[in-house]
Design a protein around this ligand. Structure first.
Ligand SMILES: [Zn+2]
Length: 450
């Protein structure tokens, strides 16, 4: 008899909802049997609530060590567990030291020991001059490395140029690592910034005009050319330019190994939603207009974009400059980790998508990108027993005090979202339940070997 059976009338298996029972031993799903008559030493019956894979968020900034006052492993993973997210991949910047060497990765791993409520992997970083560190990062277990093509906002993570990528890409390819790119070209940004000089910094329009879509489009064209030249794998993080979807689609049709994600806030908001001074909407690239948002949705629906992530990037409330509403001076980054599943479901359902599509975007796609596709993102024998039991009919109003993020500032506050997490299981252990709240931290670090 299995140690644990989680069963229900609506279990998401291979893109379909059907009655089934998940048998779980030693943290893994060992087999899947019919619902009727399946029990374990412990049996959890979800009834008609949805039983689905735990969500994978492959784009999260946790900022620890070094900027733990912005966010930390304990608070971020508590928020994840409460939001039905069972795996996070932490970005290499905003923590100090930045994750650009094996030694830095090891230091971060020590920092997070015993704090994890869900499983966590790391991205490494590519900065000028660290090509010699990439092999060590691969051995440590990062699935890929991220770079910036424009200033990142923190001094410890300088941006790279084309020459740096010409050096790094063949090495990444050899190591089996994906290059993740913050794709905004510095040239068009400088021109645009000069053009808004003297404009009112409280106006959202001032900030939006300072980061035009052509900066993304130009950078993405360069990344495509380099990925093609070196036959390397590249991934565009947080795509905000709807116009770039076509560029990426053409490259994919041409056989270039390029993928892209977009974020909750680009799908949920447009510039008309953002009042002047409302700096909690500030992120880079910026939230653009409604027609652009429609292009991003179309990109997802066509399968050009394969995933939706939070890009949870919080800071202390003061750095958002709420007193002055200064869009130019405020930190760029939106906090939304805990809300990802419900926010995406609310938006996707309104567009006629079902839960299977939502889980392709928020679990299968991110698991694939992070090299975790053989253990995360699906309910199947051999996969980790990461499960969310979810009531997709129930709605709630987002209130800051219900968020486990270290800071409660988020542009989603006050909005009504659909879908409430009943239980989150990580590796066959209950991590969160609506009834009892958070369980003690039992998540683990994931080393990803390509
Ligand atoms: Zn980010």
């Amino acid at each position: 008899m299995s140690a644990l059976v989680i069963r229900g009338q609506r279990v998401l298996l291979d893109g379909e909802l059907r009655p089934a029972a998940l048998h779980i031993d030693n943290g893994r799903i060992t087999r899947i049997s019919p619902y009727e008559g399946s029990t374990g030493t412990q049996t959890v019956d979800a009834g008609t609530k949805l039983v689905a894979p735990g969500v994978v968020d492959s784009h999260v900034h946790i900022n620890e060590p070094g900027r733990t006052e912005w966010e930390g492993f304990r608070t971020a993973t508590e928020a994840a567990a409460a939001g039905g997210i069972t795996t996070l991949v932490d970005m290499p910047l905003n923590c100090i030291p930045a994750t650009t060497s094996r030694a830095a990765a090891e230091a971060k791993r020590i920092e997070l020991a015993s704090q994890l409520h869900v499983d966590v992997a790391f991205w490494g970083g590519v900065i000028p001059g660290n090509v010699g560190e990439l092999e060590g990062l691969a051995r440590f277990g990062v699935p890929g490395c991220k770079c910036f093509l424009c200033p990142s906002g923190v001094d410890e993570f300088p941006h790279v140029g084309k020459d740096d990528l010409e050096e790094a890409l063949p090495v990444l390819k050899e190591l089996g690592l994906t290059l993740l790119v913050h794709a905004e070209a510095p040239g068009p940004l400088e021109v645009a910034e000069a053009a808004v000089e003297g404009a009112d910094p409280r106006r959202y329009d001032t900030y939006l005009r300072s980061r035009p879509a052509r900066a993304e489009d130009e950078a993405i064209a360069m990344v495509i050319a380099l990925a093609k030249k070196y036959r390397a794998r590249a991934h565009i993080v947080h795509l905000a330019s709807g116009g770039a979807v076509e560029l990426i689609a053409r490259a994919q049709a041409d056989g270039v190994a390029i993928s892209a994600e977009t974020c909750l806030h680009y799908l949920g908001f447009h510039d008309g939603d953002i009042p002047d001074g409302a700096t909690h909407y500030k992120c880079a690239p910026p939230i653009r207009d409604a027609a652009n948002r429609e292009q991003l949705w179309k990109g997802l629906e066509r399968g050009v974009l394969t995933q939706v992530v939070s890009d949870h990037s919080p800071c202390t409330p003061a750095l958002k400059k709420p007193d002055t509403g200064d869009f130019v001076g405020a930190w760029g980054g939106i906090a939304s980790l805990q809300l990802g599943l419900s926010a995406l479901w609310t938006m996707a359902r309104a567009r006629g998508h079902g839960v299977a599509q939502v889980w392709r975007w928020n679990s299968e796609g991110p698991a694939q990108l992070a090299g975790l596709q053989r253990r995360k993102g699906k309910l199947a024998p051999g996969f980790d027993a990461d499960v969310v039991i979810w009531d997709e009919e129930k709605s709630f109003v987002v209130k800051g005090e219900a968020l486990h993020h270290r800071h409660k500032v988020t542009p989603w506050a006050g909005r009504t979202l659909q879908g409430v997490v009943e239980q989150t299981w990580v590796g066959g252990k209950l991590a969160y339940s609506a009834e009892a709240g958070l369980a003690p931290a039992q998540g683990k670090f994931l080393s990803v070997q390509q």
